[in-house]
Design a protein. Sequence first.
Length: 263
Amino acid sequence: MNSFIFTTYTKHYSFGDVDKHSDTMNMLSFVMKYDTKEFAKFIDHTVIKPDTDIDTIVKNLDKWLSMNFATIVLSPYHAERVLRMRRDIPICVVIGFPMGYEPTDIKVSLAKKMLELGAREIDMVMNIQAFKERNYRYVVNDIASVAEVVRSYGAVLKVIIETGLLSDEEKIIATQLVAKGKAQFVKTCTGFLGGRATVHDVRLLKSVAENLGIKVKASGGIRHAEDAITMIEAGADRIGTSTGDKIVEEYKALRNSVVGRQT
């Protein structure tokens, strides 16, 4: 094991509010535990930027499939086109994106359509206006209505609460509402409103979520393998990122520097 190479490699990155020495030791342990394919299974590779075109998506589908991502996250517009061509790709579709304002029946209808086409997971945005008005009954019903449809297809529902717009108290309440609505994951951010996943937020959400039987997805500003590892170590069960392919390649190089073989 070449820990000198590992330490040198990690100096190229900034870890913000994480102590660098302890972070390096945690990463060393993590890299020894998970091979590249296992690591990739933490990642939802997200392809929803406004300027994304269908040709780029189709051209890369086999590459992304081979990388072993948990899912490929697409907009409903692109997801419908891909799912009509391919049923072997694990597609996650965003709905109510990015503010969650759509009426519940619209969210339910879109979720059902995507699931009928073969989507395996749904990432929906909590109705942030309703939440800010403390109309918690509406928020829970909104989530529960979508969750009922998602469960009927044996699929997974993740709910984005947009942590960058919430106080810590609100983050706790939102996580409780997500669990009450019977979603499987609470998710930090859309990445479209300036918010980003932080270690603090992931730890906070995890401290609530794990006692309620749901998981945590960290998303927003996660661009390097070290970022992803840090979030997983903080408690994230899934990572959302638009640079999943780059992150996996970085992880492979990082692991090779530690174990000295291709994985």
